[in-house]
Design a protein around this ligand. Structure first.
Ligand SMILES: Cc1cc2nc3c(=O)[nH]c(=O)nc-3n(C[C@H](O)[C@H](O)[C@H](O)COP(=O)(O)OP(=O)(O)OC[C@H]3O[C@@H](n4cnc5c(N)ncnc54)[C@H](O)[C@@H]3O)c2cc1C
Length: 128
């Protein structure tokens, strides 16, 4: 916690990591043969603030997740019908893949949701 890997060293393979302690400002070398890096998992949706509804982490709410609060639709929802699956709080705007709240966060599901979104856009364009 509060530690950053700032350097990797080795000749034929990884041998050492240099760790920076954010609290003390000190660097420490530790022996290591392997390093596992986990990146991602944070949506970059700040630019959508005030445009579509998002959850507390910034993931975009869609479909039935928009009516979770006591069965009420968001105040800005302008249509009689409930949102379609993958539809955001703006009618006709859909979200697919990792950015969508409660999505599975896998490649295959992201691709599948993308295909679903195309079909739902056709439904929106023909039925509103
Ligand atoms: C470390 C790691 C390991 C993983 N391992 C696996 C695995 O083994 N198997 C598996 O199935 N899934 C794995 N996943 C999950 C998988 O990568 C994602 O579920 C998948 O890539 C989601 O696809 P996506 O199209 O929804 O989002 P992304 O692949 O994140 O694509 C979103 C794209 O939008 C771009 N973008 C963002 N903001 C803007 C903007 N404002 N304007 C224009 N473009 C923008 C981004 O640059 C990015 O290219 C892993 C994820 C991580 C982080």
């Amino acid at each position: 916690v509060r530690t950053t890997v700032v350097r990797l060293d080795g000749d034929e393979h990884l041998e050492r990591l240099t760790l920076h302690d954010a609290d003390t400002g000190e660097d420490k070398e530790v022996p290591a043969r392997f390093m596992f890096t986990f990146i991602g998992a944070r949506p970059h949706t700040d630019w959508l603030a005030g445009v579509v509804e998002r959850d507390e982490y910034g993931f975009v709410l869609t479909g039935s997740d928009l009516i979770a609060n006591g069965g009420e639709l968001p105040a800005e929802w302008s249509l009689e019908r409930a949102p379609y699956p993958l539809e955001t709080s703006v009618p006709g705007v859909f979200a697919a893949g990792d950015v969508r709240a409660h999505s599975v966060k896998r490649v295959a599901s992201g691709v599948g949701e993308g295909a679903m979104a195309v079909s739902l856009i056709h439904r929106y364009r023909s039925m509103g």
